[in-house]
Design a protein around this ligand. Sequence first.
Ligand code: CA
Length: 242
Amino acid sequence: MSVDGAARGLIMVVEDESAIADVIRLNLAKAGYGVHIERDGTSGLAAIRSLKPAAVILDIGLPGLDGIEVCRLLRSENDWTPVLFVTARDDEIDRIVGLELGADHYVTKPFSPRELVARVTSVLRRSQGSPDSPPNLLVGNVRLDPAERRVFVDQREVELTATEFDLLGYLMRRPGRVFSREQLISDVWGYSAAGSVRTVDVHIAQVRAKLGEASPIRTVRGVGYAVDNPVRRTSRASDGQQ
Ligand code: CA
């Protein structure tokens, strides 16, 4: 809607409650940020794409696309603009944590304006350490770099096909959870096709063959597949080289 002066960078606020949006705007502007407000998820997403803000304050309960969907779409486009979620409910926090989108930041309503400004500042400071890139995922000797779509075992790069990469990345982002073949088909391949669940087995076998003993994928008999090992996250590839 309107953009104020932006000495410290532009912050996009996507919030449908005008009273809250106004309080946020006032406090961010006082702290030296430029502020742009959108009232629904669809307009918010479009404005983030066109204005490229330094950070986004994203309400979850929004008309149209909700805040989680907006963030998910940005990340799927490899847009890692820092996001600070604003949430009113515990179940929303679970969804944020489950996302693993590099946006583990949230404030709960009601929040103090001062807290919000402090969190925006810290989110921005953190993102400057690793500009516009998701963290690398490390399991044992396997390192997956989501931004460059590359996988390494120790220092050796392993060539995966696009689907193999997506499958491994999907499981590594969700350690400790077991996924059925149907779920993997629907989430990784993006469609529901009961007849082709064997496809999952074939691709898992290919990933395992390529990663060898380093493969973190476990078969859960009668259920599906999981990555159990703890997954570490790091913004620096060198952290994985030890
Ligand atoms: Ca709302």
